[in-house]
Structures are given as C-alpha cells and as structure tokens.
Write a protein that binds this ligand. Structure first.
Ligand code: G1P
Length: 306
C-alpha cells in the first residue's frame, strides 16, 4: 500500500507524442501542442499550470516530428538580444517567461503504443515518488485550482488521484469512465472502484469521465510494464489504474466543477480562444465589442448567410 506520508509530488509528465490528426493539415508540420491559444501555445498553459501547482520539474514524452516543441522551450539568445536592443521589454519578457517557467526535460517514446506506454517512458525521471500527468488537450482555467486540489488529496490519502468530469452518458464513450463508491458520491472527492477505457454507452459504469489530469503513485510503472494492449490495441493508462484498484490500492477522483477547454476538439478549441481572448485586458474590450455586433448580425440557424 502507498504511504500517505510519503514525499509529495514534485514532477510533472506531459505526453506530447500524439499525431494531432484532428487538426490536419495544420498539424502536418506544427505539433498540435504548439497551436496558439490566443498568443501562446496550448502547451505553455499546461506547463504554467504544473509550475503554479508546485511542480517545476517537467518531462515531456515526445515522438517524431516534435522537434519544434524542444525549440520552443529552449532559450533563444539571438531573439532575446534583438528584442533587448530594440527596447521591446514586453515581448522580451513574454519570450523569457516561456522558458523560465519550468525546467523542461524530454524523452522520446519511440513507438506510439498508447498513453500508458508514454507514461512508462517517464519511469527513470520520476523514480519512486508520486507524480502528476497532464494531458495537453485539456486546458484548465488558471482561476480553477484542480491540480493543487488533486495533490492535496494525494498527500492526504496516498495512492493515485484522477480528475473527473460528468460529461453525460451520451459522451462517455470518448473517455475513460469510472465507477465510484456510492458512499463517497455527492462530494467532490470520491473513491474510485473501477475504471474502463472508452466503454460503449450501454456498458459505462457512470457518466463520470477521466479528464486529463492524474496524480499517480509510482507503483503504476510496474503495473504498466505488465499491462497488455487494450482499447485500440494501445497500452492504456486507464487499464493500469483499474489494476491498481483491483489490488486494493487507493484511487480517488476529484470531480471538477470549473472551466475546462478541450483544445483537441476543433469547436472547443475555437471556443477556448474566443473565451480566453475576451477575458484578457489587452484584447478583451475590443473583442467583446466586436463579438456583440457580430452576434446581432448572425443569420438565424438554417438561413443562408448573405
Ligand atoms: C485519454 C485517456 C482517457 C481520458 C482522456 C481525457 O484518451 O485514455 O481515459 O478520458 O484522455 O482527455 P484520449 O483523449 O487520448 O483518446
């Protein structure tokens, strides 16, 4: 059993080896994680979230065609010198912020064998301590403190903690779904009693879906090494967590009630860009004014645009 008083998590793992097929052709040459959400890559929000939660050591599990990600998190002395010479302090700060926010390390996945396999590549980096996994497609609003809460739950109960969202039965087949102990339902921290990756709706244990934040016990690595390919013939993190539950290891869920943007989905990506830009001090006032006008001019659904 994991010891609740074991060291707190300090490291974050971010799998970035996915092919980004939903955003083709944009992602032919640009990794999907670098697509801009307003003016910074989606991935920068994720790294900032990890750093804010007290996890400044970040490992990215990359794959082929992801060299631009390494470039992005590298220093750019020539660019910085040019901005300094021009006296452009604002842009210089923005450029430096993207590299100073965390210590970013990289490991290659080699073959795309699933999320569980990607996480397994982090074993040497993580060692024998709990760690966080953040999936790049899910942006959690900076005003909501999901990861901090998950780390606190892990420190209290030990074991592993996953982020959950009620996505409704009609959407559950796109996610890992969980069964929870009814005695723990109602609050935002629940005891997980079973997990299944992307079940058919009729077989889903509940409408609670895993969203892309995990705080995992290091025991997950031994389980992943023995986990056979599952759904989609890939090694699934969900299956390894199910094994931990079967062995009696604690797995808790934090049911999220805040703002989440799925930047892996085209429509949600557009919504995220508009929402975040509309709330910014620099862009917000003009964008909100334009949006109001734009909306009044929109033809009714079904009518043909002029
Ligand atoms: C992965 C996980 C799934 C989880 C989802 C959250 O699936 O396998 O359990 O619900 O992330 O975004 P993917 O979206 O990579 O297919």
């Amino acid at each position: 059993m994991s010891n609740p008083t074991s060291r707190p998590a300090r490291k974050a793992v971010i799998p970035v080896a996915g092919m980004g097929t939903r955003f083709l052709p944009a992602t032919k040459a640009v990794p999907k994680e670098l697509l801009p959400v307003v003016d910074r890559p989606a991935l920068q929000y994720i790294v900032e979230e990890a750093a804010r939660a007290g996890l400044p050591e970040v490992l990215m599990v990359t794959g082929r065609n992801k060299a631009a990600i390494e470039d992005f998190f590298d220093r750019t002395p020539e660019l910085e010198a040019a901005l300094e010479k021009k006296g452009d302090a604002g842009r210089l700060a923005a450029v430096q912020e993207s590299t100073d926010v965390a210590q970013v390390h990289f490991v290659r996945q080699g073959e795309a064998r699933g999320l569980g396999h990607a996480v397994l590549q982090a074993a040497a980096f993580v060692g024998d301590e709990p760690f966080a996994v953040l999936l790049g497609d899910d942006l959690i609003d900076a005003r909501d403190h999901l990861l901090e809460q998950m780390l606190a739950v892990q420190a209290e109960h030990g074991g592993s903690v996953i982020a959950l969202l009620d996505v409704g039965m009609e959407n559950i087949d796109k996610y890992g779904a969980v069964a929870i102990d009814p005695a723990s339902s109602g609050g935002d921290v629940v005891a997980v009693t079973g997990l299944v990756e992307k079940p058919p709706v009729a077989e889903a244990p509940s409408s609670l879906a895993i969203i892309g934040r995990y705080v995992l016990a290091p025991e997950i690595f031994d389980v992943l090494r023995e986990t056979a390919p599952g759904r989609g013939n890939e090694i699934q993190l969900t299956d390894a967590l199910a094994t931990l539950v079967e062995r009696g290891e604690p797995v808790h869920g934090v049911v999220f009630g805040g703002r989440r943007y799925d930047t892996g989905d085209k429509l949600d990506y557009l919504k995220a860009v508009i929402r975040l830009a509309a709330e910014r001090d620099d862009l917000g006032p003009s964008l909100r004014g334009w949006l109001r006008e734009f909306v009044t001019e929109l033809p009714a659904e079904g009518a043909s645009p002029s």
